[in-house]
Ligand binder design. Structure first.
Ligand code: SF4
Length: 499
């Protein structure tokens, strides 16, 4: 029997097949860019946690890649008996399981020394799977003989404002989970026994891909599972915004094709997706679209933002995970049909917010309609900028008053079966303008990639040639977003006239 790490046990909790594949077919694992980005965030937060919990810098960091498992377990065991300063990434194993603790802190009561464990999360709240996580950590450490008297989860406080000068006190808030975690011993023992059983199987367990594949983590075996599962003709996974308990239960029970999902479980939008998909038919509500698009004054400005957020803020006065706009693209269409383009991009590495706000006010002017795709996003960013730069507030908020959301029109009035249940502009564009495609873009092809590329470019170690390449890619990507909106607006207008 090999020891199963906490992450393997959590993988088992998500899907037994995932655990089996991680052990027996690891070469099939393909972590997405989003998973990689979230792992990077976890490391950043872990680094800051070490500074917060060990300001004197007299703790012990047990580096798995330097020590290897055997040495790390042995040193952790020794330190848990002898050390009186914080331990980071200490490892313990017992009863078929293995756990690395983010932080354990010595607690001295009289002549007795015990330990308090802190699990550090980069989320802004505690999720149910974090509670499982704490139960496993506490169980393994105690079963390994560590005198653990408390366990907490520390997560990010996104209302905290970074005061600058590398002072991160206040970034993390703790919640004590001792009672709950200590009470789950029997449950954890059952998970370990079941997971060990799955791990020891010769044959891959059967598990059709479904909603479990994204919860709580995006599974890196999704391509493999999709390729090996017979793909349904009309995948139920295309149904948008699945929230109702009855529909979730129906999908969890194995409904993989839309034909297996009863109409009465679907809301109007989901039903539209189902009907258009089964009939291979385009939906367009001419009257509604005509009403929506009538009487919006020219010039027509098509606007899109790119933003970056940092779990650990790097600019004074900003909050964790605050969306900081660093780029916009604006296509402007005159009443005569002339189209011109303006843009802003700041890769200096300084907080771009002020310059962004000034450039935005200049580019938008004071007249006409500002079309965006998902107005809540742009409106909120503009409102935040107005809150930070009060001298620009009136001009910024006046832009908000001119915003019109093309996503609302698309969602209510249009659907093409090729959208596969999504109204993302990247899914709608190929249906209405097949000659323009995000696939043509080199490098950056979505907002997540744009954010990661921005972070890479502002890193002082980024070579100038790479920075120049990122700049080119960002400019092309963002301008395609607003050009796509122009095409969508023109397409809807033509359809309204034609019908
Ligand atoms: S993709 Fe889904 S079905 Fe396949 S291993 Fe992962 S969670 Fe299980």
């Amino acid at each position: 029997m090999t020891n199963l790490s906490k992450s393997k046990l959590i993988a088992y909790r998500q899907c037994p097949k995932r655990l089996w594949l991680e052990i027996h077919r690891r070469e099939l694992l393909q972590n997405s860019a989003a998973t990689q980005a979230s792992q990077n965030i976890g490391h950043e937060v872990g680094d800051v946690a070490r500074r917060i919990y060990d300001p004197e810098r007299n703790g012990h960091f047990l580096n798995l890649s330097e020590l290897g498992f055997g040495e790390l377990l042995s040193r952790s065991d020794t330190l848990a008996r002898t050390a009186d300063s914080p331990l980071f990434e200490a490892g313990f194993s017992a009863n078929g399981a293995l756990a690395l603790a983010d932080v354990i802190l010595p607690v001295t009561t009289g002549s007795r020394r015990t330990w308090r464990m802190v699990e550090v999360k980069s989320s802004t709240s505690i999720k149910d799977y974090h509670r499982d996580d704490a139960a496993i950590q506490a169980y393994v450490a105690r079963a390994a003989g560590v005198p653990l008297t408390a366990i907490s989860l520390a997560h990010i406080d996104n209302s905290w404002v970074y005061p600058g000068d590398q002072d991160y006190r206040g970034l993390l808030v703790e919640k004590d989970l001792t009672e709950e975690a200590f009470a789950r011993t029997a449950e954890v023992e059952r998970w370990i026994a079941e997971a060990q059983c799955v791990a020891g199987q010769e044959k891959e367990p059967e598990a059709p891909a479904g909603i479990r594949c994204d919860k709580p983590y995006a599974c890196g075996f999704i391509d493999y599972c999709h390729a090996s599962d017979a793909l349904p003709e009309h995948p139920a996974s295309w149904l948008p915004n699945v929230q109702s308990k009855a529909l979730i239960a129906c999908l969890a029970d194995g409904a993989v094709d839309m034909r297996d999902v009863p109409d009465e479980l679907l809301n109007a939008k989901q039903l539209r997706v189902k009907c258009c998909t089964l009939r291979d038919e385009v939906y367009f509500d001419t009257q509604g679209a005509t009403r929506d698009l009538a009487s919006h004054p020219f010039p027509a400005c098509f606007l899109d933002f790119e933003t970056a957020m940092f779990a650990v803020p790097i600019w004074k006065g900003t909050r964790p995970y605050q969306q900081i706009p660093f780029q916009f693209s604006l296509h402007r269409l005159s009443p005569a049909g002339d189209l011109n383009h303006q843009e802003f991009l700041d890769l200096s590495g300084d907080d771009p917010s002020r310059r962004f706000a000034e450039a935005l006010v200049n580019a938008c002017g004071v007249a006409g309609t500002v079309y965006v795709y998902n107005a809540r996003f742009e409106r909120t960013r503009i409102k935040e900028l107005a809150g930070r730069f009060t001298d620009l507030a009136a001009a910024l908020l006046a832009i908000n008053d001119r915003i019109f959301d093309l996503l609302d029109v698309a969602q209510e009035r249009y659907y093409h079966p090729n959208q596969q249940g999504s109204w993302s502009i990247k899914k709608v564009l190929p249906a209405i303008a097949p000659d323009i495609s995000y696939d043509q873009l080199e490098g950056i092809q979505d907002g997540g990639m744009a954010m990661e590329a921005f972070k890479e470019a502002i890193n002082p170690v980024c070579p100038p040639e790479r920075k120049a390449e990122i700049e080119r890619q960002l400019r092309r990507y963002c301008s395609l977003d607003t050009l796509a909106m122009v095409k969508l607006w023109e397409y809807f207008g033509q359809q309204c006239k034609r019908n």
